[in-house]
Design a protein around this ligand. Structure first.
Ligand code: SF4
Length: 217
């Protein structure tokens, strides 16, 4: 049933939402959270997958057609593919995407694609392992690149790489058209389309992602 459209405070129709499925993360990016983590929410404080589906169904009837799953790190929530399966089946959701740090992507991408996911954005802030460690406080660049390579094995998946880049980090991404980001609290900094040459699918042909994976030290 079509409902009244969702309107923001400036009178504009709201067509996209971000759904944070968890506040937890397996990284500790310097610009996002302290090394010891945060006081996490209790599990029972989070919406269940069934509740998120109900909410998104309602929003989609109000004109919200683009849904992005975020966190924290969304892939740390158990069996995220079950939520993807529910949301990808909603007729009025036209663009369902996932933003991830990529660490758990290699082991989950197959299930996510089978569940109907067609777009993934991987946040990658540096290609040099020491710089990556400095930024994320995790020695995990290899796993992120393996996640990207695994995602590339799914031609139906639109794949993008973006990040928060400052100073010399920008030089590490060849051919990328990078711009500085306004940094803010976790979840507030905008990462979209930062390194658009690496996009695959609707935005590009994916060669940029292959180049990125191969060029990493
Ligand atoms: S920026 Fe993203 S990957 Fe880094 S700690 Fe925050 S939620 Fe995790």
């Amino acid at each position: 049933m079509l409902r009244e459209p969702l309107i923001d405070g400036h009178g504009r129709r709201i067509a996209d939402v971000r759904v944070s499925v968890t506040d937890r993360c397996n990284f500790r990016c310097q610009y996002c959270m302290p090394a010891e983590g945060l006081p996490w929410l209790n599990r029972d404080a989070l919406l269940s997958y069934e509740e998120i589906e109900r909410l998104v169904r309602l929003l989609s009837a109000m004109g919200v057609h683009d849904v992005r799953l975020t966190g924290g790190e969304p892939l740390v929530r158990r069996e995220l593919w079950r939520l993807v399966e529910k949301l990808s089946a909603l007729e009025d959701v036209h663009d369902l995407s996932l933003t991830t740090n990529g660490y758990l992507l290699e082991r989950q991408v197959g299930d996510l694609v089978r569940a109907g996911l067609r777009r993934v954005n991987v946040s990658l802030d540096a290609l040099a392992p020491d710089r990556f460690f400095q930024l994320t406080r995790r020695d995990s660049l290899k796993q992120v690149l393996e996640g990207l390579a695994a995602a590339q094995q799914h031609p139906e998946l639109m794949l993008g790489v973006d990040g928060v880049h400052r100073g010399h980090d920008r030089a590490e991404l060849p051919d990328a058209e990078l711009r500085n980001h306004p940094l803010g609290a976790c979840g507030q900094h905008e990462r979209d389309a930062v390194a658009s040459p690496y996009a695959k699918g609707r935005e590009g042909d994916g060669r940029g992602v292959a180049q990125l994976v191969q060029s990493a030290p």
